[in-house]
Design a protein around this ligand. Structure first.
Ligand code: ASP
Length: 469
């Protein structure tokens, strides 16, 4: 019988291929050859215009251009398809999840525990980020020349982010943030994909359903469950193109990330990656070890073997929302029961972003080092507070948190133009932080299932409808 290659292996292969092609393009093509095919400067290749030079471009150049445009198209198609599912799946699965928890008290208990784990892990990430950055001082490793260059290269983009952030920042005082959770018009929230409001709507409806007599509520709950299954089938279909799409997403990013930027910011990148890796490879496994019983331990290998497809997708898509449906499948496969998966993961994709919180704190301290701003204990407390708020307020889409970075920077009086320094590396680090964001949600779901004594034993995990294997 022919053995099918598991999905995550296919994704790893295409990821590696994408990295290889990206590196080759990055090394082989000079700035001139990029502009000769109408790709302006490398970093801004997406904003390409059909230039006269295109007509003169040689065969190889036309080939590369086709590859880039093809990648761009495929990557966008894949992300659009996954994002298209995000709102309905959060709505239907959370209504079904909250309703099937059975009674409001149980909902409150599980909700309380979930929020507590979210908060503890987010604070841990931030404190770790601050500690690492203060100890290693990446700010000291960037030369004045690189700093000037980066400021000049990314000034415009930084100004755009700062302006967008300024508008959002106004709505992000703690009070306003809480007010923002309650939708004035739930249908508008659905239409504009205001995830946190969709979450509020779904929990309110799910909780209210538990108060209705079961014979009345059952029809709605079943409809929501069925719709979640329908969405899952769509996800499984979309995921068939994952290996191709992952290649398409990664190759252009690597091809267009300036090696000089990476060299200039090497230590800073290393600090962010070390912090994120510590969360994923140490904090999560330790928390899971402690939370699960000896006869049903969620070991490192058990967790990451089950989570591989979701973690790889998070890395390639840089989007918690796009990863949510696959994350839900993986969590079920780890043995978390349906109602807990449907409740914890959509909530987590919206509110729980440990990687983002860590990133915010590292950037804040790093930029403070640049501007020679001494951070008092009060400043550091401000970073903890604002980075937590920002991680809750960021949407689960690529680059979401960079816009809100201004909130954290303003709280410690670091000039927002400083964002220019880190922008060149943002996309690659976004991929890494999204892995930590989504892993944290699945970890929480497992911990909740274990605390409710409902985690299925290892090997007893159910295979999902249309499983990706
Ligand atoms: N891309 C991240 C996510 O989707 C959010 C961010 O930090 O920009 O989880």
């Amino acid at each position: 019988m022919k053995r099918r290659v598991p999905m995550h292996i296919k994704i790893i292969i295409s990821l590696l291929l994408g990295v290889g092609v990206g590196v080759a393009l990055n090394l082989l093509w000079s700035a001139q050859s990029w502009s000769a095919i109408g790709v302006g400067d490398k970093a801004a290749y997406l904003a390409r215009e059909a230039s006269e030079a295109n007509a003169n471009a040689g065969f190889a150049a036309a080939g590369v251009k086709f590859l880039i445009e093809g990648c761009d198209f495929l990557g966008k198609l894949f992300i659009r398809a996954l994002r298209f599912i995000a709102v309905p799946i959060v709505l239907f699965s959370l209504v079904a999840g909250a309703a099937s928890l059975g009674d409001v008290r149980k909902l409150g208990r599980i909700g309380g525990k979930t929020l507590l784990i979210f908060l503890v892990m987010t604070s841990l990430s931030i404190v770790l980020g601050i500690g690492l950055t203060r100890t290693i001082k990446p700010g000291d490793y960037v030369s004045d020349a690189s700093r000037e260059e980066l400021m000049a290269q990314f000034a415009e983009q930084a100004a755009q982010s700062a302006a967008a952030g300024e508008t959002r920042a106004k709505a992000i005082s703690a009070w306003d943030q809480i007010l923002h959770i309650v939708p004035i018009n739930p249908f508008a929230a659905l239409a504009t994909a205001e995830m946190i409001q969709v979450v509020a709507l779904a929990i309110a409806v799910g909780a209210a359903l538990t108060l209705l007599p079961i014979e009345r509520s059952r029809r709605v709950t079943e409809m929501c469950e069925t719709m979640t299954e329908v969405m899952t089938i769509i996800v499984n279909t979309v995921m068939r193109m994952a290996p191709l799409a992952v290649f398409a997403l990664i190759a252009p990013i690597i091809a267009t990330t300036g090696l000089d930027v990476l060299r200039a910011l090497g230590v800073y990148v290393a600090v962010v990656v070390t912090g994120l890796a510590t969360m994923s490879l140490v904090a999560y496994p330790v928390a899971l070890w402690l939370a699960t019983p000896a006869d049903n331990r969620m070991t490192f290998t058990r967790f990451y073997r089950g989570m591989a497809p979701a973690q790889l997708l998070a890395f390639s898509s840089s989007s918690s929302n796009a990863t949510l449906p696959v994350n839900m499948q993986c969590a079920r496969r780890l043995g978390v029961p349906d109602d807990i998966v449907s409740f914890v993961l959509p909530l987590g994709a919206t509110m729980n972003m440990n990687g983002t919180a860590m990133y915010q704190s590292v950037v804040a301290v790093f930029l403070a080092q640049f501007y020679n701003i001494d951070l008092t204990l009060g400043d550091q407390a401000m970073i903890v507070l604002t980075a937590t708020l920002v991680s809750i307020g960021s949407a689960g889409i690529p680059g979401a948190s960079i816009v809100l970075m201004i909130v954290v920077l303003q709280s410690i009086n670091v000039p927002p133009q400083g964002i220019a320094i880190i922008l060149g590396m943002d996309r690659l680090l976004d991929m890494c932080r999204t892995v930590v964001n989504t892993g944290g949600d699945a970890m929480t779901a497992v911990m909740i299932a274990a605390s409710e004594k409902r985690l299925a034993p290892a090997g007893g995990e159910r295979a999902e409808n249309g499983d990706q294997r």
